[in-house]
Structure formats: C-alpha cells, structure tokens
Design a protein around this ligand. Structure first.
Ligand SMILES: [Mg+2]
Length: 305
C-alpha cells in the first residue's frame, strides 16, 4: 500500500535551529524513494520559500517550496474556497500576506469582511484598527489556535491564539481557528499531497510531536498518526488524552529504514508487539502506550462499601 506522510516541523525535524539527529537521513530517504510527503506547520509567519531556505541552512537539500503547507496557506485556501470575493484586514507576517496575495484576496482597512490574525508582532495600533473593523461587522479568522510557541527549551513567544484572545475580549466576538487540528487543514493537506504524487497515496500518516494539534487532527480526519517523542510530548502524559496515536517513535530516525526498504522496522517486529502468532500489526497491541499502561500503578477501589 502506498503511504504518504504529513510531517510537522518544530519538534519533529528540528528544535531550536538544530536538526533532530537522523532527520536529515529521514528526509533524504523520502526523497530518494519518491515517497509523497508534505511538511505541515501551524506557523503562519514564513513562506514556503523561507522554510526551504531555513532547512537548506540546516543541511537539508533537495526540497522545494511545494513540500510545505502552512496554516497561512490554509487560511488563504479557506477564504478563496468559501468566500472568493471577500476582503481582509490582516495582523500577520510575510507568510500570511504572501498566501493571501497569491489567492488575490485584497486588503481592506475600512470595511473588510474578515480580520485575519496570524503569528507575529501585533502593535497596539493594528490591534485597535482590527478591533474597530470587528465592531463594524468584520468576522474574526485566525490562522492557528496556538497561544504560545516554543522559541528554545526555556523560552516561548505569544502565538496567534493569544492575539485573537485579545480581540475576542475587546469585541465580545468569537474567533474561528484554522490550522491544526482543524479538519480543513488536514483535508487540504491531503489534497495537496495527492496533487504532488503521481498516484494518490492510499494511506496517509501524520507525524507530529503535539497531541492537541498533530495527533488529534489526524485522528479526527481519519488518518494514521505517529507521535514522536523528540518534541513537546513525554510518554507519561499520554494517558491523559482520549485520542491516542497509532504508533509512538523516539524520533523520525526510527522510520528511515522502513521507508528505504518498504518493510516495517524492527521496532514493530519486536516480540513486545507480537501476540504470538507471528503477526505484528493489527492483532497486537493497538497502541504502543498499552505496554506502558500495564506497568502503571493503579489505585485500588475499596474492597467493601
Ligand atoms: Mg511540533
């Protein structure tokens, strides 16, 4: 079965301007085998060209802008599909402005149909203007729901969700959030992946490090989801979530061999995932979390009432 991959970036491919060990080889294997893939990011600030250059500086060659799909592009796709004649007032960076421009969605600082909020610096002057536009009837659309984004292991920055919360508070209007985990992000990414491939992939896997966006969105879109532990999620918190990933990997490096050979990796063939009859996938533990849950101490209910 032909598999295509949607791949989150921060925490999956790189962290703090450093590639995750093995990620360069993983991407090289995808390219060498002609495996369809698309990087899927909630960061609406960069353009696909910016992202390609960034990865090139980090040592990844052979990529092109068509390998990237951002929440800014998703927002422009959404507006051009649902309301092609609309106008917008934007608080955001180059990636969002370029995506809207490409879809021929005009800026309007007087009577826009939407205020569009993305990642980046929001000045009080622009927030005031956006507030006034919403008061005059503009609807509030946000590229992604992230309240904060990691900058380094000790530092974060405010995200588009925080800027939108400011405007929600000042206007009393509710925002609509695109980007992961919104199903529209996954729906358009699936379509773009099909456009990139000669044959449409039958099986699509989302690889991400964040439960609330990457894994939740994939589960709700009916895709497989691989959680990597190289980013924001630790194994211990998995049992807090209703939705669970299909597989858990230390990092994307665990997949390189599998992509090169087209055969499931040793990790999946290990006896830990076997039910004894030689099959290692469907009939074994559904989630890798199951084997860890087994070792967790459970509170005992009272013996008698
Ligand atoms: Mg991430």
């Amino acid at each position: 079965m032909k598999t295509g991959y949607l791949i989150d970036m921060d925490g999956v491919i790189y962290r703090e301007n450093q590639m995750i060990p093995g990620a360069v080889d993983f991407i090289a294997a995808l390219l060498a085998t002609g495996t369809p893939f698309l990087f899927l990011t909630n960061n609406s600030a960069p353009t696909p060209e910016d992202l390609e250059v960034r990865l090139k500086h980090l040592g990844v060659s052979g990529l092109s802008p068509r390998h990237f799909y951002t929440s800014a592009m998703n927002t422009a796709d959404f507006l051009s599909e649902t309301d092609p004649d609309c106008t917008v007032y934007v608080i955001g960076e180059g990636g969002l402005l370029a995506a809207l421009h490409e879809r021929k969605i005009p800026n309007d600082g007087i009577q826009p149909r939407y205020v569009v909020v993305g990642e980046g610096t929001a000045t009080m002057e622009r927030l005031t203007k956006a507030h006034e536009c919403i008061e005059r009837g503009a609807r509030l659309l946000v590229t992604n729901p992230d309240n904060w984004c990691p900058v380094s292991s000790e530092k974060t920055r405010p995200g588009a969700g925080a800027t939108a919360a400011f405007l929600e508070a000042s206007t009393g209007r509710r925002a609509y959030y695109l980007g992961k985990p919104n199903g529209y992000m996954f729906h358009r990414a699936r379509r773009k992946l099909a456009d990139l491939s000669l044959n449409e992939p039958e099986n699509i896997v989302m690889i991400g490090d964040t439960m609330e966006t990457d894994i939740r969105g994939a589960v709700e879109a009916g895709m497989q989801s691989f959680l990597v532990l190289s980013g924001s999620t630790q194994m211990e918190v998995l049992s807090d979530y209703v939705y669970q990933p299909t597989r858990i990997l230390q990092s994307v490096a665990d997949l390189t061999q599998e992509i090169k050979t087209g055969i499931s990796s040793d990790r999946m063939n290990s006896p830990a995932f076997s039910n004894g009859n030689g099959h290692h996938s469907r009939s074994g533990n559904r989630h890798q979390t199951d084997i860890f849950a087994f070792h967790k101490p459970r509170p005992r209910p009272a013996m008698t009432k």
